[in-house]
Design a protein around this ligand. Structure first.
Ligand SMILES: [Mg+2]
Length: 385
């Protein structure tokens, strides 16, 4: 079997959802998805196609590593090149699964579990009162989710309140004032009350605090038994993150903007976080993220992937989650977009009662509905041509 073409299509969504299709001389094809690579990733995939035509599509890891190493001066450590390779990698796994008649998780080593627990990213905006928060949380819980995440930083939704503007934290300075500190605690207090004791809640700070503000917040939130506090300080300084992690019993989670095993090595070796969250359709693909999870397992650190993908990228991520012992929970970030169930030919919600159940459908297990996809085509992009 030989690769004959690699083409892309893109739709609007969380920024851009980029689909990658690999075709072969036998007629077997595979479709992958990658996110956050932007139009740069499209251009890179167009360029890489010429390098990969005629290659054996089954040599997935070798193709990935060869392309990465041979373009190390062009971004072979992190960024759009890795995301472009990730889209190709996921398409190759889909293709190989279909060619061999097995689900992708079977190719990755088999399943530790059949059901993948999913948490809902839940849009609770600053300034909401308890009743408004309860309505948002109830909507998520009625769908069957047993875990959710909220954003506690004030800029998450562009929220700025003119009435309290004189108290609000400066956009660029990382120090939380007393008003901001208490506002974040009050938000977590209301959400955990609305959710009830059985629901796991995570809180994302989007790297907005300095070390003392983060430690003060984390310690104040300890009684709420959060699933995790996400990126309380800027994620690029691993020592600063470790200082926060070592100063609180609240689990600290980071890693949504790291790439490859290399990106996670220092974070894990220094045990600078309690939980990692690689974005699988962005940071290196299925094989690489399984290896990242295995590295974390050496430190008993759970694997809770970040995810903003469509059902294709989400299900691809779920295949990895099935094959590692330390999987904790997978993100779902689509509550407020309308084509989650219609963009796949199966016309179903792959999440039932807060879980993705894996079956034995070959490849990833769902197919892009191109007719629906074209309705959301990203302006200025090609459609598999
Ligand atoms: Mg985050």
């Amino acid at each position: 079997m030989k690769i004959t073409s690699i083409k892309t299509a893109a739709t609007t969504g969380h920024g851009m959802h980029l689909w990658v299709r690999v075709t072969t001389d036998t007629g077997v094809t595979g479709t992958g998805e990658c996110v956050h690579g932007g139009t740069q990733a499209i251009a890179i995939i167009q360029y890489l196609e010429s390098k990969l035509i005629g290659r054996d599509p089954f040599a997935v890891d070798a193709i990935f590593e060869e392309m990465r190493r041979s373009h190390v001066f062009d971004g072979g450590d992190a960024g759009a090149l890795i995301t472009a390779l990730t889209g190709i990698e996921i398409a190759l796994w889909d293709l190989k699964g279909k060619a061999l008649g097995v689900p992708v998780n079977e190719l990755l080593g088999g399943r530790f579990r059949d059901k993948i627990r999913v948490y809902a990213d839940c849009q609770v905006a600053p300034g909401m009162n308890f009743d408004e928060i309860k309505k948002v949380v109830d909507d998520v819980l009625h769908r069957g989710f047993t875990a959710l995440k909220i954003d506690v930083d004030i800029d998450a939704y562009g929220y700025r309140d003119s009435e309290v503007a004189h108290f609000e934290k400066d956009r660029f300075n990382y120090t939380a004032n007393q008003w901001e500190h208490e506002r974040m605690i009050a938000l977590v207090d209301m959400v955990t009350q609305a959710a009830g004791r059985d629901i796991d809640v995570a809180a994302d700070v989007h790297t907005k605090l300095d070390v003392p503000s983060a430690i003060r917040l984390a310690r104040a939130l300890e009684p709420y038994h959060l699933m995790w506090l996400e990126e309380p300080v800027p994620a690029e300084n691993i020592d600063a993150m470790r200082t926060v992690t070592q100063s609180t019993s609240l689990p600290i989670c980071s890693g949504e903007n790291l790439y490859l095993r290399h990106g996670f090595r220092e974070l894990l070796e220094k045990q600078a976080v309690n939980i990692i969250m690689p974005d699988i359709p962005k940071c290196g693909g299925l094989s690489e993220c399984r290896k990242i999870a295995n590295m974390a397992e050496l430190y008993y650190i759970p694997f809770a992937p970040h995810n903003v993908s469509s059902p294709i990228g989400t299900l691809a991520s779920a295949h990895v989650c099935a094959t590692v012992p330390n999987f904790l929970v997978l993100e779902y970030h689509w509550l407020h977009r309308d084509y989650w169930t219609t963009i796949i030919r199966e016309k179903k919600d792959i999440i039932k009662n807060g879980f993705i159940e894996l079956d034995d459908t070959p490849g990833i297990g769902v197919e892009l509905d191109e007719e629906v996809g074209r309705q959301y085509q990203y302006p200025g992009t090609n459609w598999f041509e």
